[in-house]
Design a binder for this molecule. Structure first.
Ligand code: BG6
Length: 484
């Protein structure tokens, strides 16, 4: 691994994302020894005028709570917070970024032995409207200047634009300042354990190779449910809606990994080349293969416009026009304020031809990958009902991580992805052409929704979403199976 001074700058340090995700992820890396205190310094940058101590005490509450309080943890938190400094400035102020650079440079001089290089990581936990100015400031004032090597990298969060045009504009603006290998576009779903497992599962198991195609698979569902609404984020959410918030990024990235061809190697570029091909093979979405919903009460949020048509639920069928997937619907479904919190992939196989057991009513083989909560993979099988009668029943081959890997901590997505950025591994980040292809798929539908041409149906909070979505699912060929 590289050595030398590492400066991590969290821009938007007082925001929600930084406090809930970025700092806790950095702390976990520190706790596990991935951030060497002799090399690392962490800078929070934001507009609010507060002291180092203020920032530290704000972060502390997110690193230690009633559930994990112990004197040992408290000591580790204190050690971590000693590495955190705060710089205040606006996102387009030259003075602010000059000051930031001065602080980083001082730290580098202090820490660096003669052979050390300088690594500078800028994490933009910020709204995208300020990305262009922040990137400009970083590129003017804060780049790594060491003759001894090192790098400057930036991490950006979604939403990367609102549609194809705005996303491309943003990409161009950032692209003029940073090269693609310096830009890490985070989609935190790519950091989830079971999402990272998809390539292994598909390409390291002989079992799946012959089955993973249109000859055997009837339909694929990729589902995200939350059992809470937009609580406190109504204003943000209303501008984006569930398609931009979840489907166009998180679920589409999962689809890529389920549907892509085998890459020629595990090199990030080889993997991302295959993902782009899948995205480019997706056919235009048909209006009749979309159901949109909005939960009742969503508009009671004072920050949401009274006549908002923004979907908080959507089921969208994507069709991939290639040899492997022609005719197989990929059903992407996401919703807020539903009856459960769950994210899963359901690969449903076709019926057995010439069935002699009359077991159709038991259901089909279905391979389920539960991303969260309680990571698991299980394959639904039809087996003989134990006992004297020759009857069938549906059961599961079950790999539940909590049981199989007892005591093994599954890392948080952000933890893993931040470590990847430090290591320079872009495999689990979205490349510019991937992003473009993703927006190409959804932009016509999004424009139709924004223009009021596609209506959202009301649904009750705590329900399964609009009944029309289940009807669409059945029409696409999904057969409800028994068991879990
Ligand atoms: C975020 C969305 O990207 O993902 C949120 O903006 C959503 O609306 C969140 O709640 C879900 O993430 P996770 O990891 O809890 O499934």
């Amino acid at each position: 691994p590289e050595t030398g001074c590492l400066s991590i700058v969290v821009l938007g340090a007082s925001g929600d994302l930084a406090k809930k995700k970025t700092f806790p992820a950095l702390f976990n890396l520190f706790r596990q020894g991935f951030l060497n205190p002799d090399e690392v310094h962490i800078f929070g940058y934001a507009r609010t005028k507060i002291s180092d101590e203020d920032l530290r005490s704000r972060i502390r509450g997110f690193l230690i709570d009633d559930k994990n309080a112990s004197s040992e943890r408290s000591e580790t938190v204190t050690k971590f917070l000693q590495l955190v400094k705060y710089v205040s400035g606006s996102y387009d102020s030259e003075e602010g970024f000059q000051l930031l650079d001065k602080e980083i440079s001082e730290h580098e001089i202090l820490r660096n032995s003669a052979e050390g290089s300088s690594r500078r990581l800028f994490y933009l936990a910020l709204p995208p409207s300020v990305y262009p100015s922040v990137c400009r400031m970083i590129s003017h004032y804060c780049m790594n200047k060491s003759d001894l090597g090192g790098w400057t990298r930036i991490v950006v969060e979604k939403p990367f634009g609102k549609d194809l045009e705005s996303a491309e504009q943003l990409s161009t603006q950032i692209g003029e300042l940073f090269d693609e290998p310096q830009i890490y576009r985070i989609d935190h779903y790519l950091g989830k354990e079971l999402v990272q497992n998809l390539l292994v599962l598909r390409f390291a198991n002989r079992l799946f190779l012959p089955l993973w195609n249109r000859d055997h698979i009837d339909n694929v569902q990729i589902v995200f449910r939350e059992d809470f609404g937009t609580e406190g984020r109504g204003g943000y959410f209303d501008e984006y809606g569930i398609i931009r918030d979840i489907i166009q990024n998180h679920l589409l990235q999962v689809l890529c990994l389920v549907a892509m061809e085998k890459p020629i190697s595990l090199k990030p570029e080889h993997i991302r080349d295959e993902k782009v091909k899948v995205l480019q093979s997706v056919l235009p979405i048909k209006d009749e293969e979309v159901v949109l919903g909005q939960y009742e009460g969503y508009r009671d949020d004072p920050t949401v416009p009274h006549h908002s048509n923004t979907p908080t639920f959507a089921t969208v069928i994507l069709r991939i026009h290639n040899e492997r997937w022609e005719g197989v619907p990929f059903i992407l479904k996401a919703g807020k304020a539903l009856n459960s919190r769950k994210a899963e992939i359901r690969v449903q196989f076709k019926d057995v031809p010439g069935d002699i057991f009359k077991c159709k009513k038991q259901g089909r083989n279905e391979f389920v990958i539960r991303l969260q909560p309680s990571e698991a993979m299980y394959m639904k099988l039809t087996v003989k009902q134990p006992g004297l009668e020759m009857s069938t029943v549906q059961s599961e081959l079950d790999l539940s991580y909590g049981q199989r890997y007892q005591g093994v901590a599954i890392p948080e997505a952000y933890e893993r992805l931040i470590l990847d950025t430090i290591r320079g591994d872009q495999q689990h980040f979205v490349r510019r052409d991937e992003l473009k292809a993703a927006w190409e798929i959804f932009t016509p539908l999004l424009h139709a929704i924004d223009d009021g041409g596609m209506k959202t149906l009301p649904y009750k909070p705590g329900s399964r979403g609009p009944a029309e979505a289940d009807e669409l699912l059945a029409k696409a060929g999904y057969v409800q199976t028994h068991g879990y």
